[in-house]
Design a protein around this ligand. Structure first.
Ligand code: C5P
Length: 224
């Protein structure tokens, strides 16, 4: 067993040039959010290497010497392209890869390990939370459909894959100019089995300023 590769796409701008820092570089408990994520994976003995796509102009300033197990690479214009760049940097000899949002610092390690095992067994696995709100499809200001809530799950990360599955999916998506917001959905779309594992409400994505306030409170209570 060679251990898993983790790709942490962190190349989102989330802001205009010269504005505030993108969310993944905002501080939580005195450290950038993405740094919490990277360090958490580095503590895990099942992780061989962490690859972090960042905006090209940041490559020169990120701390590249921090660990032999971390590599920063140039990200792309979309999340999927950033993941693709990360995948291109995976050395030979690895079998399992995880993709984790840079803005989800509170993932559960036990869940991650179960996802790695599920991916090894079936090809792909993701953590999903049953939605608690009713979700409507809306066009303009009118509801056009209301899918059965019992069939809806909010996708979290880390999403785990056998390496050849993620390579196949991203190559096919690129060929079709298909750009998706998550790799699990793409894998299913291109015919791979993607297993669901129960996600964790604490593993929320820091997207809005309010999320950062909640994250600060969680961090004070739990640590990262
Ligand atoms: O925009 P969204 O919340 O879906 O971003 C999820 C993750 O993808 C973030 O960690 C963000 O930095 C990353 N991303 C990226 N390259 C982009 C856009 C988003 O790595 N071009």
């Amino acid at each position: 067993m060679t251990g898993a590769i983790v790709i942490v796409p962190a190349a989102g701008s989330g802001t205009r040039f010269g504005g505030d820092l993108p969310k993944q570089f905002r501080e939580l408990g005195g450290k950038p959010i993405v740094q919490h994520v990277i360090e958490r994976f580095l503590l895990d003995e099942r992780v061989a290497r962490v690859i972090v796509p960042v905006a090209e102009q940041l490559l020169a300033v990120v701390n590249r010497g921090s660990s032999e197990r971390v590599e920063f690479v140039a990200g792309g214009a979309t999340r999927q392209q950033s993941v693709r760049r990360g995948l291109d940097a995976v050395p030979d000899g690895y079998e399992i890869v995880a993709v984790h949002d840079a803005v989800r610092p509170f993932f559960a390690v036990e869940t991650f390990h179960k996802l790695l095992d599920l991916a090894a067994e079936s090809g792909a696995a993701f953590p999903g939370l049953p939605v608690t709100d009713t979700i409507h499809v809306v066009e303009g200001d009118r509801i056009t459909a209301t899918p059965d809530r019992r069939q809806l799950f909010a996708a979290q990360t880390p999403q785990c894959f056998r390496l050849e599955v993620l390579r196949d999916v991203l190559a096919r998506a690129e060929g079709n100019q298909d750009d998706a917001t998550d790799e699990a959905g793409l894998a299913a779309k291109y015919g791979h089995v993607v297993r669901l594992l129960a996600g964790d409400p604490m593993n929320f994505k820091i997207t809005q300023p309010e999320d950062l306030i909640v994250a600060e409170r969680v961090f004070e209570r739990l640590g990262s």
